[in-house]
Design a protein around this ligand. Sequence first.
Ligand code: IPE
Length: 272
Amino acid sequence: MRDCVIVKWGGSLITDKESMCTADIEIIQSLAAVAKQCLDEGLDLILVHGAGSFGHLRAKHWRLNEGLLRSNNFNTQPDCENQKQAVSIVRNEMLTLNHEVSKALVELGLKVSTKPPHKWARNTGSNFDGDVTKTFYDYQNSICITFGDVVDCDGEREFGILSGDDLVVRLCKDIPNVKRLVFAIGGVDGILKRPPSIAKPSDLIEEWSSGMNFEGVHNSEIDVTGGIGLKAIRGSEVAQLGIEVLIVNGSHPERVFSACIGENVIGTRIIA
Ligand code: IPE
């Protein structure tokens, strides 16, 4: 059986996070080329991508991460009047971003198979309900892609945000031959000892295990999910399964490739 690598492309890496629904096509194409190189190396690859400016801004405005709220204290938007409309708009926005991702891979001659979470997953967190092995049945014949999404939830919440960082944990648990998990993030080289704005190269934490302190960026003005803190926690859950976990700067695609094939690379390795 071939080794499988799960790769998460962070939303802030593949979109311009400040500007609504703007994909960074150049970076997406360079990461797609890395995906092709990985297949050429004989790896199976499952791709998970984030939302960035395609999901977070509107999800934040409509507080979709909190589920259905009785309060109607929302400022309506020209194209959206309530939370339920926002749910379907964000789902469509995610499909639009996914289309850009798929297109870049298909243009390189790769076969892709997209699995939008709102169609097969329910509830949030890494213990969400959904049959991963059945849904990803074809991961050895094509690049299966999934992404952070708004999913239906039980009870009065009705919906919530399932982060790509939760999806990767379940993929690592349920897909039998996963060898490593690579988080390609935007703007930073990995987990840093100090805030990124003042950090020097020597502030990169090369090996991180849970309990070690760090200064992450979590732009809670924009993000509805957990930022680097969530990646660190989810990463250490995965490391406990005996799977290698790396966080690398995705603006350097060659680092993403090295991480995927198991070479030494600038970044943070998460250990159990
Ligand atoms: C967020 O998914 C999904 C939505 C806001 C709809 P992620 O948590 O995986 O996204 P990024 O990587 O932080 O953008």
